[in-house]
Design a protein around this ligand. Sequence first.
Ligand code: BJW
Ligand code: ZN
Length: 282
Amino acid sequence: MTPTDPPDQGVSAADPVDDAAATETAGPADGGVSAARALLGRARRVVVLTGAGVSAESGIPTFRDALTGLWERFDAQELATPRAFRADPALVWGWYEWRRTVVTRARPNPAHLAVAALAARTPETVVVTQNVDDLHERAGSGDVVHLHGSLFQPRCADCAEPWRLPGEPADEPAEGRRLPPPRCARCSGPVRPGVVWFGEALPEAALERAVEAAAACDLLLVVGTSGLVYPAAELPHVASRFGASVIQVNPQPTAVDEVADVNLHGPAARLLPALVGEPAAS
Ligand code: BJW
Ligand code: ZN
């Protein structure tokens, strides 16, 4: 198994179309922003694929940031598993309730707003996010494809009955706390977060829509993801194989670098507004 050959829910694409991608490289003068603006100005079908970095400047820790407080000695990758929830439901439910509090208090940043402005200007834009927050929606993006679920749609771990959250999360202490999950009203099973953990299948309709959009787009803009988690990480490769340009926005080198036509190195809240501003003359 290789990273571009995921096991089950592999992102598969048939034969790439042949209309050549624009392959401009980053211009040295402005770090590639004008090259990226030119590509974006020409694109009719755009996919924006976001990861945790797009919400970093709203104060939401990225997935691979070190955990703090009660969870300091854990790795997020260990907690985001069905095994961790089975072993210690109060630890895991407490972590997600703490994160729901952080997200509820956070506000969309200029990167989320720029994505919404791009979608308003280019109607055939599909916003695909790996994030479980709702900041794209709160910034005005109406139709967001959530590949990894949502903090706001818990369900029974045993019978999948949706669980209605009380409006506001409790005032969680800054260092977090253990919190036994509520019990399902139908079967008394433990309620779990409505997110996709490692080893679980992504929601089929969301993944299908994302793959189709990536295969059909002219341009895929990938923002703030390490590009390590599959099958989402396959989407820039699908777009590229089908002839689209790929623009990446990220302050750090990532696994996406190898497929990006233009790499914009910097924070999303600064670069996305610069990118989406008035379209460059083409
Ligand atoms: C900024 C910034 C700023 C900072 N501006 N940028 C192929 C190969 C190998 C393994 C696999 C494979 N296919 C599948 C697997 C297994 C596994 C996987 O990918 N493992 C890898 C780790 C190797 N995948 C799965 O298990 C998936 N399921 C699956 O494949 O199922 C098959 C199946 C089919 C049928 C039946 C049963 C099974 C499921 C993956 C689920 C991922 N879930 C998580 C948790 C969600 C809930 C939660 O949030 O708690 O999703 S994991 C975590 O990673 C989370 C994220 O959405 C995801 C991606 O992380 P992201 O967004 O990239 O964040 P970071 O932190 O990694 O990066 C942040 C980036 O931002 C960095 O680059 C920074 O530089 C940048 N940044 N500030 C812009 N201001
Ligand atoms: Zn139940």
